[in-house]
Design a protein around this ligand. Structure first.
Ligand code: PA5
Length: 537
């Protein structure tokens, strides 16, 4: 049988509307393809590190030389005096400098508008110092024991009860983690995430991946009532119970408030193993608490190294000299840009595994800053991909954008660019000079940083030496501190999220949850008054 393809409007077809292509795929002409070999690529270093972590090997994260080699640097050169649009000048920042320093002092002293329900929500600030080593060991031991009995671990949660964990996991593991062998994963089970959306197809597809496997679930919810998480939990809990009966209880972990809430009550009744979302830490600031640590330990991430990163950045973020404090400078520049009319912050990275970290920032900043008509909209981006999409807008659209670039300097692997006999793409010069994909990928940040600056997009680059738990921990603490300072500068409490709470209540009313009848009625009355405008094709 002939395999043929018809192309319409192909160029250079001498006016013929269609051209028939045939031949190379004619049945019987080909030989069975040999399986591809990765000759010349060596061992994948991410996989090697996963396997090493599985054997209990640790990075020397306490040593001065490790710390020196893993110093994050914030380069703010291109934030100032851009030739197009409204520029930001050093003097603008100097003007707000005293306020930023005062904000840092108030944060340190636990002063200002920082409470939620009467509780000061700054428990995250000193958590790196307070974190109990014994508790970390307990988490690791629990993860080891449970992990050895299961094939897959499913984390259920949304917002701050989800993103920090997934972002850190993705940042530090192989892109196709679940498709690797258990040995390549360093002995860790497969990792899945549910409850962060209500898409039945995503849910069902994930169930397919879990079919026939031994699984454990960890439901993470501070309130215990968030609809998406609760529905995901109900389904997974029942699946486990139907399958295992009472034995299921051993495979259900609950991470929730220490004392109150429906999940706490249920866990006590059933005897589920519990972990705590601290009272004084909001979801988006909770990745260094049990919320993030349990899942990370399950994936064999070194949570001690992760905590050390937080500790190190805490010291830098406590510095009293503005220009020596990366968190203060980041906050001060973002605030200045916003006050001068910038409305969007593109957070872009050249590292695929750091894109979820940019998404974590998309949650941390807007959920904290979006009050009283204020705040920067954060747009997470992966470069090069997005340079071929909203890159046009960044370069030449409305000049209301700033950019924070998360620049990964050293990737785990090097990918060489080969010589090509034809050189039809004209890229042999790269191979001639021994330049690899890593070299080009660095230019994917350096090039746009300069071009965007010239085009009127002030930008700063956070240089991350390599991806490891220590550096991701540093980055998180810097950003948590930055957004807290931003709250003081904007003049509102960044630790509450009344807007998110109102959507949660609206969902309760819309799905007919008992107790929300009045709210549902009011919503219905107000929408009934609206003239429906619907265009059918
Ligand atoms: O940062 C936050 O507070 C939110 O993003 C919450 O983490 C999110 O809404 C989930 O809430 P809960 O943990 O109560 O289910």
């Amino acid at each position: 049988m002939l395999f043929s393809v018809l192309f319409g409007c192909s160029s250079g077809n001498n006016g013929k509307m269609f051209q028939k292509i045939s031949g190379i795929w004619e049945k019987g002409q080909g030989v069975e393809m040999e399986r591809i070999k990765l000759t010349g690529f060596g061992e994948n270093q991410t996989t090697r590190q996963q396997a090493a972590r599985g054997r209990g090997e640790k990075a020397p994260f306490g040593s001065p030389s490790f710390k020196e080699a893993n110093t994050l640097t914030l380069d703010v050169t291109f934030m100032f005096d851009s030739p197009e649009g409204t520029s930001i000048h050093r003097k603008d920042v100097e003007e707000i400098r005293p306020r930023a320093l005062e904000a840092n002092r108030m944060l340190e002293e636990g002063k200002g508008d920082i409470c939620d329900g009467g509780i000061p929500m700054t428990g995250w600030k000193d958590l790196p110092e307070k974190l109990d080593k014994k508790h970390l060991e307990e988490i690791i031991a629990a993860a080891r024991t449970l992990g050895s009995e299961i094939d897959a671990f499913v984390s259920l949660g949304i917002g701050g009860s989800y993103l920090g964990l997934e972002a850190t996991f993705r940042a530090l593991t192989h892109t196709y983690f679940n498709q690797l062998s258990r040995e390549e994963r360093g002995g860790a089970p497969e990792m899945y995430f549910l409850g962060q959306n209500m898409d039945p197809d995503y849910f069902r597809d994930t169930l397919d991946m879990l079919k026939g496997k031994r699984i454990a679930i960890n439901v993470i919810s501070k309130s215990g009532t968030t609809t998406e998480t609760a529905i995901a939990f109900r389904i997974m809990q029942q699946l486990l119970e139907e399958h295992l009966g009472k034995e299921a209880d051993r495979f259900i972990l609950v991470t929730t408030d220490r004392q109150k809430g429906v999940l706490r009550k249920l866990a006590e009744k059933k005897g589920y193993r519990t972990f705590v979302v601290p009272d004084d830490i909001g979801g988006r600031f909770s990745v260094l608490s049990d919320v993030g640590l349990v899942g990370l330990a399950m994936a064999n991430i070194d949570i001690g190294e992760f905590a050390e990163g937080f500790r190190n950045m805490r010291l830098a973020a406590m510095r009293k000299e503005f220009w020596e404090n990366p968190a203060l400078v980041h906050a001060g520049l973002r605030y200045t840009a916003w006050a001068k009319g910038k409305k969007i912050e593109v957070v872009a990275t050249n590292a695929f595994p750091l894109y979820p970290v940019a998404r974590w920032m998309e949650q941390l900043f807007p959920e904290s800053e979006g009050h009283r008509g204020q705040g920067l909209w954060v747009s997470p981006s992966l470069y090069s991909e997005k340079l071929h999409a909203n890159g046009q807008m960044v370069q030449q659209g409305e000049r209301n954008i700033i950019e924070t670039l998360l620049f990964l300097k050293e990737h785990d692997n090097r990918v060489r660019i080969p010589q090509d006999r034809e050189d039809s793409d004209g890229l042999n010069f790269l191979a001639d000079r021994g330049l690899d994909m890593n070299y080009v990928n660095a230019k994917v940040v350096e090039g746009p940083a300069y071009a965007h600056y010239l085009g009127g997009v002030p930008n700063m680059t956070l240089e991350i030496p390599r991806r490891n738990a220590y550096n991701i921990g540093q980055l998180y603490y810097m950003m948590e501190r930055s957004v807290a300072i931003s709250g003081y500068l904007l003049g509102h409490n960044p630790f509450i999220q009344p807007g998110v709470e109102s959507y949660k209540t609206a969902i309760f009313a819309l799905i007919g949850k008992p107790g929300y009848e009045d709210k549902a009625k009011k919503m219905e009355e107000s929408t009934v008054k609206l003239e429906r405008i619907r265009i059918r094709a």
